[in-house]
Design a protein around this ligand. Structure first.
Ligand SMILES: Cc1ncc(COP(=O)(O)O)c(C=O)c1O
Length: 465
């Protein structure tokens, strides 16, 4: 056995015995090399092996962290969702203005570009107000041509080849996803999603009378495509709904090999893919992943995006490129909400035309890359041993696995009583599988005294379980 293999085996034994528990930091390369009398290159090779087999993960500026063993697979079968009213009230309570909303997926909208956008909108509104010849009209689907043209240019430059005729404007990504589901499925049909899954998606599936099939997923590898293939062999699945880049809540990005595999699976089984890509432009080192849409050879991917995570959720402007489902989508958009505001679309067109939006993205992603780190440091300091998490490389959300003893529904209530909003794990599934998990957002986490105090207090609450 080679030296690096011996070290790999020794570290594996220490991990299995619990001497190096999940979530703990491995000794540094220098320390390991001294401890085992090996060269640094040998240690690096051994760590790379452990990383390849997903037993440890490299974290920038920290080192290598021990991963948790895969959680036991749930029984995979279609089921109805019944999150509805409960989720709505949980979220409502956590987002009241007097609460420190640590769990909500709101972007930070205090940026000059967001102000610029609103001023631009006000400028157009003033022009309209002073134009007594202007006739009121609906900006009927597919939406304002200037916006769709500017958006197509932007997508062409940053992501994949498209033209404005493929785009339909929507009220945010939530409407886009909802219209996609209606276009590809009928009540009673089954949609495969990642598990855990963004609760807004689950609620939408529930409201449309669809069933969900939850595919085990994790923060490192993302969606388990073996499970998808097995499920397709057993159940009639209409579509896969995925959030493959900087996923909510897990933070993973599906790698290119698995993106291609997912497309091949969809082609083989002749199913649709709804790609919810709201975090695509929020890579912390500005890394863009190839969207599934760009790999789609059969026009079966329905691609959804919005400005909610990059600018402000209040803008309520999104889009969908529905591929072969274009006609159905256009029709559903019209009969559901007739149109989106032309005022908004025209302001967004102006924003996309220059370099301002791209400059903004580089500013915000730099900021989020610092904030994710600050939150990680505070959690390491204040939360109990056994708290595990993999730091995401993009987006604004961090998923935590807490010690088994912690009941996150109760923790949610306790934190809420203390004025702190969290998102408990069970919001992200159709059963109660994520009882000791929570999701936080680092979008606003600058490590202020108030925020640190809140994290410390939640840590103390967990200690009492
Ligand atoms: C994955 C995902 N999709 C869709 C949405 C809703 O986006 P929008 O505000 O554009 O409707 C969210 C909001 O948190 C989200 O996280």
């Amino acid at each position: 056995m080679k030296l690096y293999e011996q070290l790999c085996q020794t570290l594996q034994i220490r991990i299995n015995r619990g001497e190096l528990p999940p979530g703990s930091l491995l000794p540094s390369i220098r320390v390991l090399s001294q401890q085992y009398q090996l060269s640094k290159n040998t240690v690096i090779r051994a760590l790379a092996e452990l990383e390849d087999s997903q037993q440890v993960i490299a974290q920038p500026r920290q080192g290598f962290i021990v991963c948790s063993p895969q959680s036991p697979s749930p029984i995979i079968k279609p089921r109805t969702v019944s999150l509805g009213a409960t989720a709505f009230s949980v979220l409502g309570a956590a987002n009241e203005p007097d609460k420190l909303a640590l769990g909500s997926a709101y972007s930070d909208s205090r940026w000059p570009t967001v102000s610029w956008f609103y001023k631009q909108q006000a400028k157009t509104a003033r022009e309209w107000a002073n134009n007594d010849k202007r006739c009121s009209h609906y900006s009927t689907p597919p939406g304002d041509p200037s916006f769709r043209s500017a958006l197509a240019d932007h997508i062409n430059m940053t992501s994949f080849a498209c033209n404005s005729e493929e785009i339909i404007t929507t009220h945010g990504a939530q409407e886009a996803v909802s219209l996609c589901l209606r276009a590809v499925a009928e009540p009673g049909d089954t949609i495969a999603v990642e598990s855990p899954c963004y609760y807004g998606t689950l609620q939408c599936i529930e409201a449309l009378g669809l069933k969900v099939l939850e595919l085990p997923s994790d923060s490192i590898g993302g969606t388990n495509l073996d499970a998808l293939e097995k499920a397709l062999n057993t159940w009639p699945i209409k579509a896969v709904l995925t959030n493959p880049t900087y996923n909510n809540p897990l933070g993973f990005s599906l790698d290119l090999i698995n993106r291609k595999r997912l497309i091949n699976i969809a082609n083989h089984w002749d199913i649709a893919i709804i790609e919810d890509d709201v975090f695509a432009e929020l890579g912390h080192s500005q890394q863009y992943h190839t969207p599934l849409k760009a790999l789609d050879t059969e026009n079966r991917v329905l691609y959804c995006g919005s400005f909610s995570k990059t600018l402000d959720a209040d803008i309520r402007l999104g889009w969908v490129l529905p591929g072969r489902y274009y006609e159905q989508l256009n029709y559903y958009k019209f009969v559901t909400t007739i149109a989106c505001s032309a005022l908004l679309q025209q302001a967004a067109a102006e924003l996309l035309k220059g370099k301002r939006y791209r400059r903004h993205l580089s500013q915000v992603t730099r900021c989020y890359s610092e904030r994710v780190q600050i939150l990680a440091e505070d959690v390491h300091q204040y939360w109990p041993k056994g708290t595990q998490f993999i730091q995401p490389k993009g987006g604004i959300l961090q998923w935590f696995e807490l010690p088994q003893s912690v009941n996150s529904d109760q923790l949610f209530q306790q934190a809420l009583d203390a004025g702190i909003g969290l998102s408990p794990g069970n919001l992200f599934c159709a059963d109660n599988r994520f009882q000791h998990h929570i999701r936080l957002s680092f979008a606003h986490y600058s490590g202020s005294i108030k925020q640190k105090h809140a994290i410390a207090l939640v840590g103390e609450m967990m200690d009492s379980y």
